[in-house]
Design a protein around this ligand. Structure first.
Ligand code: 8YV
Length: 326
């Protein structure tokens, strides 16, 4: 019996290919070539399954070239690379990889918060450049993390993980804003208080963005929002590029209208707004919040579980558009 054919859009752990080959005929991309949309679409003409990361856009153009496609399994919790309505209309199941990365990503949110507040990378660059001649009383003074006010915009699982770390580990006063309020027990567990967006912006010493990207969250933090923040505040984005207006942020950092920023995601990444590269008070990392070996393996395996679960057993684990199963 011939096995169903699937396509891996990107390189993955070699053992994952071996695992998938037990069930499928796998066309992989272990050379990690950068395919154009047309190349990806052409490879999909005979495939029933596709393994993606957050970097591959799956839209009508791709779907139209993939008449046999039944499932796209994303190795990411965020799925703004999927045109979900188009996939649903074509009865292509979409899955993501939630939960397995929550704590790792929350750890990184905190790492970026601390590196930003305490000017870790800026001071390291200074040291590496041989500029450290002697200690001085105000050298690289940053802002305190313990006992400060932690603001969280977007209070899903990762936001809650950051709230717990802040409240229980660092004695921070945690406030949050979200489309919907958490249940009282969860608020109590996270020691987090719901506030309006404006109060969040005005009050936070450290504002962490953890909301999903959608047209409605595009530039949720722009010039007007930055103007409401304290001049001593730090902004951390581990959510998605495009939620922050990077040009407005670079200007605010340059003019010291906020103290500093820590960014793991960027508008149009991997391109970075050139002004962000010239301001010193920003910590920049290349979209690595979920990057630990165990977590990346768990994400990849969950995407594989979705392919096997759906194509072999008819039961995906984490469907995003379960209506196509009906
Ligand atoms: C991924 C992410 O590493 O899960 C997400 O939504 O942003 C990251 O954890 C990235 O999208 C690659 O798939």
């Amino acid at each position: 019996m011939t096995k169903p054919r699937i396509l891996m859009a990107r390189a993955v752990f070699p053992e994952l290919i071996t695992r998938l080959e037990q069930h499928f005929e796998v066309e992989h991309n272990q050379a990690d070539e950068a395919w154009t949309t047309q190349q990806l679409a052409a490879k999909l003409h005979d495939k029933v399954g596709l393994f993606t990361t957050g970097s591959e856009r799956i839209d009508e153009q791709v779907l139209a070239a993939a008449p046999k496609l039944k499932i796209c399994a994303n190795m990411a919790v965020g799925y703004n690379n999927f045109d979900l309505p188009a996939m649903t209309a074509r009865k292509v199941l979409a899955t993501n990889s939630p939960d397995v990365l929550t704590e790792t990503t929350a750890d990184f949110g905190f790492a970026l918060l601390m590196a930003t507040a305490r000017r870790v990378t800026e001071s390291e660059h200074y040291l590496r450049a041989g500029k450290w001649q002697r200690w001085s009383y105000d050298m690289f003074s940053g802002s305190d993390v313990h006992g400060s006010t932690l603001g969280i915009l977007g209070m899903g699982r990762i936001g809650q993980g950051i709230a717990r770390r802040g409240a229980h580990g660092f004695g921070m006063d945690v406030i949050y804003h979200n489309r919907s309020r958490l249940a009282p027990e969860l608020e109590a567990e996270c020691k987090a208080r719901y506030v309006g967006k404006e109060e969040l912006l005005r009050t936070a010493d450290h504002l962490v963005l953890v909301l999903p990207y959608s047209p409605s969250s595009h530039h949720a933090i722009g010039a007007a929002e930055l103007a409401l923040m304290k001049p001593t505040a730090n902004l951390i984005n581990i959510a998605r590029g495009g939620i922050v207006d990077d040009a407005a942020l670079a200007a605010a950092l340059r003019d010291k209208r906020i103290a500093a920023a820590g960014l793991d995601v960027f508008e149009g990444e991997p391109k970075i707004h050139p002004d962000l590269l010239t301001v010193p008070n920003v910590v920049l990392t290349p979209h690595i919040a979920s990057a630990t070996v165990p977590t990346r393996k768990a994400m990849a395996n969950l995407a594989a579980d979705n392919l096997i679960g759906f194509l072999v057993h008819g039961k995906p684990l984490t469907p995003l558009n379960p209506e196509v199963l009906k």
